[in-house]
Design a protein. Sequence first.
Length: 360
Amino acid sequence: MIISDFYKDRKVLITGHTGFKGSWLTLLLDQLGARVMGISLEPKTTRDFFVVNQLDKCCVSHIINISDFQSVQEKITGFQPDLIFHLAAQPLVRYSYIDPLETFRTNVIGTANILEAAKSITGKCAIVVITTDKVYENNETHQPYRETDRLGGKDPYSASKTCSEMVVSSFCHSFFHPEKFETHQKAIASARAGNVIGGGDWSGDRLIPDIVKAIHKGSEIIIRNPEAIRPWQHVLEPLYGYLLLGAQLYDNPEKYTGAWNFGPFPDEVLSVEEVVISAIKVLETGSYRIVKDPDAPHESTILRLDISRALNILHWKPRLTTNDAISWTLNWYKELNESKQAIIDYSINSIRDYLKLVQT
């Protein structure tokens, strides 16, 4: 499938379009010629990807909390999107311990609000709900998780995302069943991506932003869980997967409804310490120190994804090695120090370079 042919002039709604992944998706869809509307909170800093790339010029932007059902429904009804990519979320594990109610409200009720509002769309619509690799009941083994494995979550963030998967399943069976597509014309899938890295992420308690902040301050990089294994991937990898899934879901809802994993190949999974060492090589500066906190909230040590379904059915595959992903990410932060136009050009060129990779 040629993605640019499908998305040109399509009406696409992105929730969370001012966030890290949402803003990259906004720029990517703009490059593909889509007509984008976004629903999100205000960007958190003037350094966010959305702000420095001036993405308010690339979309119709509505600053709305997805917990506000009436406002969400009004915008969706007015826009009548062909596709919805639901990324708006409280995305941080450690913050979910601080404010679990906000986490559940945003991630669970927010998802229900989007799907309920989608009933007001009179025509055909494909809906991709982005959750996380942390929805799986993690037994801390090296066995990669498949989409059919048991879901669960010990921390509030993981549990909230597991709940949002249940919301998706409920709406799919109760209101948007694939076998009755001709009646309701709505198709739903969920996307479970690994640990996503890329330029413009300034969130607290995330490895790459912590590395960048430490280097900028001239201080040591502090890592809590050096042995933790994660399926790291550059942001453009899962985003392209979401777009491919959305397009196929739109054209063939019965085949593509359901859950999909997006992550690196098995031999590209690295530990936190390995990522830090690779980042220091790219930046040609920096040092790190391991500081373990025995009282720290629970975080999984081992997490791997089985991407066989995406490989074999969706015909999506990773194009960048993990070291490539680290290099592309850190070079974005380097460019940010040059000029505003430099970072806009770099962001667009990154997307164009990636689209060339997927076409080969």
